[in-house]
Design a protein around this ligand. Structure first.
Ligand SMILES: C[C@@]1(CC(=O)O)c2cc3[nH]c(cc4nc(cc5[nH]c(cc(n2)[C@H]1CCC(=O)O)[C@@](C)(CC(=O)O)[C@@H]5CCC(=O)O)C(CC(=O)O)=C4CCC(=O)O)c(CCC(=O)O)c3CC(=O)O
Ligand SMILES: NC(=O)C1=CN([C@@H]2O[C@H](COP(=O)(O)OP(=O)(O)OC[C@H]3O[C@@H](n4cnc5c(N)ncnc54)[C@H](O)[C@@H]3O)[C@@H](O)[C@H]2O)C=CC1
Length: 152
């Protein structure tokens, strides 16, 4: 198959419904980032981690079903279950909802960059899903540059 090429774009998610499938630490990390951009995040999972339970994020305790995808702009699968993830990726494509599968770039329709945000400025670093650690490291260099006293 041809190598995937991800277009870096900026999507408005304020007030948009985004579904997270899974309620563990991976899901929690994604949620933290999405909340910074005012998305209406909802969770379905069999179990929920303490951080999520204590938060104001709405969740439903239930097994995933394809019909759960209806009405969402996009979703993140954080189930830690590779077979289920494959099914969810297929369902998402069929339902026309954008798919991100945690730690499985080959199943993702979109991937998230490492972000530095200062006022209206947003700098997003991506490696085309090839080297997430390089993205994070580059973002940290950029953050250090902006946050260093010389640039304030
Ligand atoms: C493809 C992609 C899909 C996607 O998730 O969108 C993906 C995939 C993978 N991540 C892995 C690991 C980790 N990822 C993080 C963190 C982040 N990952 C993010 C993005 C992406 N990760 C997309 C590519 C972006 C690009 O193009 O470069 C960030 C930038 C944004 C976000 O998540 O929103 C966010 C930083 C948030 C911030 O700092 O601000 C941490 C650290 C942590 O969690 O603290 C760990 C280690 C702990 C762990 O394993 O969980 C592995 C296993 C790699 C291995 O070791 O082999 C894979 C699979 C693989 O690379 O094959
Ligand atoms: N400390 C950290 O920064 C991080 C730690 N981790 C660790 O890695 C391990 C894996 O974490 P996670 O990826 O979050 O996986 P997890 O196994 O903790 O969570 C998976 C989630 O998916 C849900 N799920 C599974 N099957 C489902 C189904 N059929 N329908 C609906 N929901 C379903 C589960 O109920 C659960 O909420 C954990 O030990 C975690 O602590 C993971 C990410 C970051």
């Amino acid at each position: 198959m041809k190598q995937k090429n991800y277009l870096p774009i900026a999507i408005n998610i304020t007030g948009e419904k985004i579904l997270i499938i899974g309620g563990g630490q991976s899901a929690w990390k994604k949620i933290q980032i999405l909340k910074r951009f005012d998305a209406e995040v909802e969770v379905i999972a069999l179990e929920i981690c303490d951080d999520l339970r204590k938060s104001d994020v709405p969740y439903r305790i239930k097994p995933y079903e394809k019909s759960d995808l209806k009405g969402y702009l996009m979703f993140y699968s954080c189930t830690n279950n590779p077979e289920l993830d494959q099914q969810i990726a297929r369902d998402g494509k069929e339902a026309g909802v954008l798919v991100n599968i945690h730690d499985q770039p080959e199943l993702c329709q979109f991937v998230s960059p490492a972000i530095y945000q200062k006022n209206h400025l947003r700098i997003a670093v991506s490696s085309n899903a090839r080297d997430v650690y390089a993205s994070i490291e580059t973002r940290n260099i950029i953050r250090n540059y902006f946050e260093s006293t010389a640039n304030n």
